[in-house]
Design a protein around this ligand. Structure first.
Ligand SMILES: N[C@@H](CCC(=O)N[C@@H](CS)C(=O)NCC(=O)O)C(=O)O
Length: 224
């Protein structure tokens, strides 16, 4: 099985972390986003959306990080994607929540326009209003995550056991480290992220993004 990915990519890191933690046997193939390898053949033929990650299992190809995680967890019969109808529905719900609401505001609204030149708005006023709006949106979703989705007692999103929703969601929330967001107003989010960061393979999997964050240490950002 091959996983095409980039080590700094927000949507690749949940898969790399899942694989490392759950002992998935897969060949990880780097697609260099910085040289535009994803925009050219052969990768553009593997994922017509020209994004990472993508997976090949024999002649079966799959894109979309959330779908790939579910496939991989089922493939190795992992308890991180429960079989019980309602427990599985809860994991799906959380993954959809991160992939839509949270990702839109945090990644595409607040962080990417500040760290990726191709996401920066051309007009300074538009850039400023995009960030201001996304900052409020991100705060709203962090509050929901803190108070309702996590609450004061859970180690992980669905209780005391880790699921693929945790691997998935932590990459988006962890993106805040790149621009030095401060989550102290969200103690349950902070506790959960500390649990995620305590995983054996977190540091290694996040080496590339941590290095990128370090390279931006003198730059100031709009943050939550
Ligand atoms: N919905 C997709 C999003 C994938 C995505 O946005 N990948 C980014 C890296 S995090 C990418 O390949 N970006 C390249 C580009 O925008 O040119 C998924 O979850 O797999």
């Amino acid at each position: 099985m091959k996983i095409y990915y980039h080590p700094a990519s927000t949507t690749s890191r949940p898969i790399a972390l899942f694989a490392a933690e759950q002992g998935l046997d897969a060949q990880f193939v780097v697609v260099d986003l910085f040289t535009g390898e994803h925009l050219q053949e052969p990768y553009a033929g593997i994922n017509p959306s020209q994004l990472v990650p993508a997976m090949e299992d024999g002649d079966f190809r799959l894109t979309e990080s959330s779908a790939i995680l579910k496939y991989l967890a089922d493939k190795i019969d992992s308890p991180t994607y429960p079989k019980d109808l309602k427990q599985r529905a809860r994991v799906n719900e959380l993954m959809d929540w991160f992939n839509t609401q949270f990702c839109r505001e945090m990644a595409y609204g607040l962080v990417y326009p500040q760290i990726f030149p191709n996401h920066k708005r051309e007009d300074d006023k538009v850039q400023a209003s995009t960030l201001a709006r996304a900052r409020e949106g991100t705060k709203k979703w962090l509050k929901v995550l803190d108070a309702s989705l996590l609450g004061p007692n859970k180690a992980f999103l669905t209780g005391d056991k880790i699921t693929i929703a945790d691997y998935f969601g932590a990459a988006f929330v962890g993106l805040g480290d790149v621009t030095r967001c401060n989550y102290s107003a969200y103690p349950n989010v902070s506790r959960w992220m500390n649990n995620m960061k305590s995983l054996k393979n977190w540091k290694k999997v996040n080496e590339a993004i941590d290095g990128f964050a370090a390279s931006l240490k003198d730059k100031s950002f709009e943050v939550v």
